[in-house]
Design a protein around this ligand. Structure first.
Ligand code: HEC
Ligand code: HEC
Length: 302
């Protein structure tokens, strides 16, 4: 064998060994990251009683994504099942029925899970987008808890995942952050803003879009999403914005409820239309108003 060939073989072998090492390290780190304990002091959350709070809780459960992932009955269900050994995720039972993971939850446990992405034992949640809920007001988290606790007991079990190797490795290396890492835990809870078609209320509701569209709302690759998911759209008025398509409120409402653009083409079903369909006119119109006031960013900057 010629000397240069031998060197090349050594080189290739070395690279392969190094990358196998990196993968093994990433997998080990991902297990450690999932097992890490995060301290978050207990928050005294008031859980309201009464029909108004229950009705608000029911609306939030349907329109903020809880129902789409956990099922309308809260029993938990597979909500991502990519073929060919791709990502699979089954949400846990959060209803008061058999196999519920919330059976011993205190109000402080609910608050920590929903607003901080941290389980009662201090471990991080992995897939649930708590960053979308971290700015929910006390009243809204309280109403959600009141409603979920009032659900009929349904049977279910704990969460189940199948994470493809690249996702585990990228999570291990910290390239894919979990919700607890994205949330600023030191921020005091949001103060309530009156419901109405205003920029402030729009900003409040649009928190549920940031997990996918990014904190700056300019969209891009969704971290941890399967490879066949399209990048999320630019919702700011910057380059590549989709806003010009939604110059009137009716077009925007229709798109969010039907999953169709004004030209009739389908928007990817990665957009959670089952959830968005539940948003009322006030919330949708307020979101649209708020998006128009965002600082323009080029598409894909998250
Ligand atoms: C995108 C899907 C998704 C959405 C939306 C979602 N969840 Fe979850 N939820 C999950 C998954 C998956 C888990 C399992 C924990 C994890 O993510 O690792 C979970 C776990 C939980 C847990 C139990 C945590 C534990 O102790 O193990 C609670 C409570 C919960 N969710 C409540 C809610 C509420 C309330 C909402 C709506 C405000 C909501 N979830 C929205 C997917 C979702
Ligand atoms: C689970 C991830 C996810 C969430 C949550 C989400 N989106 Fe999207 N959104 C996407 C993806 C992916 C696309 C790109 C769809 C495509 O290219 O077909 C998109 C596209 C859009 C579009 C462009 C439609 C068009 O004309 O092409 C609008 C408008 C939009 N989203 C608004 C929102 C708003 C408002 C929210 C919150 C209320 C939201 N999205 C929440 C993933 C999401």
């Amino acid at each position: 064998m010629k000397a240069w060939m031998r060197w090349m073989l050594w080189g290739v072998g070395g690279v392969l060994l190094l990358s196998a090492g990196a993968v093994a390290w990433g997998v080990m780190r991902s297990d450690q990251r999932l097992a890490r304990k995060i301290t978050q002091p207990a928050y005294e959350l008031a859980v309201p009683g009464g029909d108004t709070a229950l009705a608000r809780g029911r609306y939030l459960f349907a329109s903020r994504g809880c129902a789409e992932c956990h099922g309308p009955d809260g029993a938990g269900r597979p909500f991502i099942d990519e073929p060919g050994g791709g990502l699979y995720a089954r949400s846990p039972n959060i209803s008061p029925g058999p196999g519920s993971v919330t059976a011993t939850y205190t109000p402080a446990d609910w608050e920590r899970t929903v607003r901080h992405g941290i389980k009662p034992d201090g471990r991080p949640l992995l897939i649930m987008p708590s960053e979308d809920y971290s700015r929910l007001t006390d009243a809204d988290v309280g109403a959600l808890v009141a409603y979920v606790r009032s659900l009929a007991p349904a049977a279910g079990g704990p969460a189940e995942f199948r994470l493809p190797l690249p996702v585990r490795v990228l999570y291990g290396f910290g390239v894919i952050p979990d919700a607890a890492e994205k949330i600023d835990h030191a921020l005091p809870p949001s103060q309530p803003v009156p419901e109405g078609v205003t920029v402030e209320h729009g900003r409040y509701v649009a928190q549920m879009c940031i997990g996918c569209h990014g904190a700056g709302m300019s969209g891009g690759t969704i971290p941890g999403g399967p490879p066949d998911w399209p990048p999320s759209a630019n919702l700011t008025p910057g380059d590549g914005s989709v806003l010009p398509r939604y110059a009137d409120t009716a077009a925007f409402r229709r798109a969010m409820r039907t999953g169709k653009r004004p030209d009739g083409s389908a928007i990817s079903s990665v957009m959670p239309f089952q959830t968005l369909r539940a948003l009322n006119d006030t919330d949708l119109d307020a979101i649209r108003l708020y998006l128009q006031t965002l600082p323009p960013r080029p598409a894909g900057q998250r």
